[in-house]
Write a protein that binds this ligand. Structure first.
Ligand code: MG
Ligand code: MG
Length: 248
């Protein structure tokens, strides 16, 4: 049973979401050749703490940082370190903030300087697939309608999605039921109701869907080394459709 959130809970998630959006806005200014991913992590952590929130990811399952910083063929869960960004890289930054016990979660892929046409296209398709999926988010729709819309859009460009990573419910826990895959059958799954809060997050590979996890037990890369992109918003289902919570 997936419960709807109260208005009070949704308001706290709106605050958490704003803090995540502010952190993205701030970190975006620093995404240039020469910066380390550790520096980006510090910038985000400061924004989150300056707004009386805590980084949702830090310590989650032992994750050591406030952001996931995933470069080029890293799909998700890259650990910030002394890696220096260079022009032509793409980097997916995933940010979570917890405000008064409620979470916001949003990822975005950024270009570092001039990037290839292939990278630009992958980013555009992945970002668009998020909104194609969101267009299905309304009371009475089924979860599979969102999953199917994302998958069909992505596959129409010959791209793929990883099978084992998905969006999720969110609230007082970072990850709640249900799991929201980026592919699936329309008309199947949970019926959406007003007040449900979900993190929709297409992850897209230019190549095949297979992944591998590095020895650090976190970093997930595409197995074939192809580029990957990742866009995510936390939303609440409203009477009319949906509201994005991870926005300013
Ligand atoms: Mg996320
Ligand atoms: Mg998420």
């Amino acid at each position: 049973m997936i419960s709807s959130k109260s208005n009070r809970e949704i308001e706290l998630m709106r605050q958490a979401g704003k803090i995540v959006a502010l952190a993205h806005q701030e970190v975006a200014k620093y995404i240039v050749a020469g910066v380390t991913t550790k520096k980006l992590d510090q910038i985000v952590e400061k924004v989150i703490r300056d707004h009386d929130a805590t980084p949702s990811f830090k310590g989650y399952g032992g994750f050591p940082a406030s952001i996931c910083a995933s470069i080029n063929d890293t799909l998700v869960h890259g650990i910030p370190d002394d890696t220096v960004l260079k022009s032509g890289d793409i980097i997916s930054i995933d940010i979570g903030a917890c405000y008064k016990g409620y979470h916001g979660d949003s990822a975005w892929t950024y270009a570092v300087g001039e990037v290839s046409q292939e990278a630009v296209h992958l980013m555009e398709v992945t970002k668009e697939s998020l909104f194609v999926g969101l267009a299905k988010a309304k009371p009475g729709s089924r979860l599979g309608d969102i999953s199917n819309a994302i998958g069909e859009y992505v596959f129409s460009f010959g791209y793929s999605v990883p099978l084992e990573y998905a969006g999720h419910g969110i609230g007082s826990s970072l990850h709640e039921e249900p799991s929201i895959p980026n592919f699936g059958q329309a008309g199947r799954g949970v019926v959406l109701k007003e007040g449900m809060t979900l993190a929709i997050e297409p992850m897209v590979h230019r190549g095949k869907p297979f992944t591998r996890v590095l020895a650090d037990d976190w970093t997930v890369k595409t197995k074939d080394g192809s580029l990957a992109a990742h866009y995510e918003h936390t939303i609440v289902i409203t009477a009319q459709g949906y509201e994005i919570l991870t926005t300013l």
